[in-house]
Design a protein around this ligand. Structure first.
Ligand code: ARG
Length: 253
């Protein structure tokens, strides 16, 4: 009897931990897909008052509309987004994740929804290149490709990481750091919106393909997403959203 109980507990524990990601059929039956993002990375995902919006928020809304289901958003800290996929807490994540080998071990990426990269931002205007970062203090958001890429450079004095990219940006404004590394379009918008801060954009440190993610192996959902995404690329709706935010087409070519 005791043995039996032990086995029953083990089975229950296994069931609790190996949560199954929802298939595209289950999502269609439910009529609603749950997507997580951060909401603090303008112009890609951010809040305008109480309303979540941004380039990738609108792209996701257009894709999901083509898939014929409703969309429920969840917003969380950047660091929590990908791990929640494995726990089936949401069906997909769209939060400007660059496709990396490391991340691809844990999640399945859909087709990239834009191409961009990390750029060096300073106020002194003299910190422009990777070489200029030698002996300098650099601010980046925790858990990002900016952190990984800056860590790869030799000679950087210190990499300070912050839970939000906007905190890293503020560290530069208050001159607690010499440079901030972030997305090219995020930096462009920050520079335009904060003329007083006097941001100077330097070199691109690396380029990356940015994609939505689903739970590892949920290829049915990734395929359905990709099919709908192809449709918005083809029918002009992607181009319109891209033009609205960037005045250019940011699709990967
Ligand atoms: N593109 C970078 C990366 O792949 C940063 C993404 C940050 N996204 C965000 N929602 N704050 O790590």
């Amino acid at each position: 009897m005791k043995m039996f109980k032990t086995i029953a507990t083990a089975v229950a524990l296994c069931a609790a931990f190996s949560v199954q990601a929802r298939t595209v059929d289950a999502i269609k039956k439910d009529g609603k897909i749950v997507i997580a993002t951060e909401g603090q990375f303008a112009p890609f995902n951010f809040f305008q008052g109480n309303k979540l919006t941004g380039f990738e928020v609108e792209v996701a809304e257009a894709v999901v509309k083509k898939m014929g289901v409703k969309l429920e958003w969840k917003t969380l800290g950047f660091d929590a987004l990908l791990t929640g996929l494995a726990q089936d807490r949401w069906d997909a994540v769209i939060a400007s994740h660059g496709i990396t080998e490391e991340r691809a071990k844990a999640v399945t990426f859909a087709e990239p929804h834009y191409c961009s990269g990390g750029i060096i931002v300073s106020i002194d205007g003299k910190t422009r290149t990777a070489d200029d970062l030698k002996g300098k203090t650099v601010a980046v958001q925790t858990g990002t490709s900016y952190l990984t890429q800056v860590q790869k450079l030799t000679g950087v004095k210190e990499v300070k990481n912050f839970p939000q990219d906007t905190d890293a940006q503020r560290a530069l404004i208050s001159k607690r750091v010499d440079a901030w590394v972030s997305d090219k379009f995020v930096a462009k918008e920050a520079a335009a919106k904060n003329a007083k801060a006097g941001f100077k954009l330097g070199d691109m440190l690396f380029i990356e393909r940015i994609a939505p993610a689903v739970a590892k192996g949920n290829t049915g959902l990734a395929d359905a997403w990709n099919k709908a995404f192809e449709e918005i690329l083809a029918d002009g709706s992607y181009a319109a959203i891209s033009k609205k935010y960037f005045n250019e087409d940011v699709r990967c070519t």
